[in-house]
Design a protein. Structure first.
Length: 235
């Protein structure tokens, strides 16, 4: 009897993992990047927004993690600034691009293209809702933005992670900061080693000089003693 392979179809759908790199460009922001505390608040706010909105998609997507990757600040062109000042309007703020890693899972069918689904969340109405959430999140960075707006939302293929952001060493990043600390400690240890060696050498030279002086003194005493003995014999 010929054996046949039988394909086993699971009765329950298996969760499918999805992930994307979300890039959001904000306009009208302060002329500086977010600090560590502001980044943490921003990521938490974005996670809550995506968790709620992607959870209402068809099929629902369970957002598991939103990770901060990088941020970059750019200033508007000089022409834009001059034109706004001539019109009497408020000066145009800076532009901040924030890149986030978004990961989650969903149960097919149907199959989805997660990149398209996550961008659809930021349609015109979605952007308004997101801005409202951002402005009411008690994030000091966006509180001082006089004309906050979303200029662009897209999904990227890849992005270099900004390891310096959120680091106590600033632009050097953790690796650069620890490297400087290591080099500094090595230099200090080298100096201490040289000082200790010099101290030992000085001690050795002093000890030898004292021994030489002691030997010379004993030699003088010996000679004097011999001469004294010879004089006593002569008498």
């Amino acid at each position: 009897m010929e054996e046949r392979d039988i394909a086993i179809v699971p009765l329950v759908s298996v969760p499918d993992n999805v992930e994307s790199i979300l890039s959001i460009v904000f306009g009208g922001v302060p002329a500086n990047e977010m600090n560590e505390v502001e980044v943490e608040a921003f990521v938490a706010t974005t996670f809550d927004f995506l968790f709620e909105n992607l959870g209402q998609a068809l099929p629902p997507v369970l957002v598991e993690e939103v990770t901060f990757l990088s941020q970059s600040l750019s200033q508007p062109s000089t022409n834009d600034e001059s034109s706004s000042e001539d019109d009497g309007d408020e000066p145009v703020g800076a532009e901040l691009t924030v890149n986030l890693g978004v990961s989650g899972e969903y149960l097919p069918p149907p199959e989805i293209i997660f990149d398209e689904v996550i961008v659809e969340v930021f349609d015109e109405e979605g952007q308004e809702d997101y801005l409202e959430v951002i402005l009411t999140s008690d994030n000091k960075y966006f509180e001082v933005a006089h004309s906050l707006d979303i200029l662009d939302v897209q999904v990227l293929d890849s992005v270099a992670e900004d390891r310096s952001s959120g680091s106590v060493f600033g632009l050097l990043g953790d690796e650069g900061g620890y490297s400087i600390i290591f080099i500094g400690c090595a230099i200090v240890l080298l100096i201490v080693g040289v000082l200790i060696r010099e101290k030992h050498l000085r001690y050795a030279r002093t000890k030898k000089r004292n021994e030489d002086l002691k030997a010379q003194h004993l030699e003088v005493l010996r000679i004097q003693s011999e001469r004294s003995g010879e004089q006593d014999q002569d008498q």
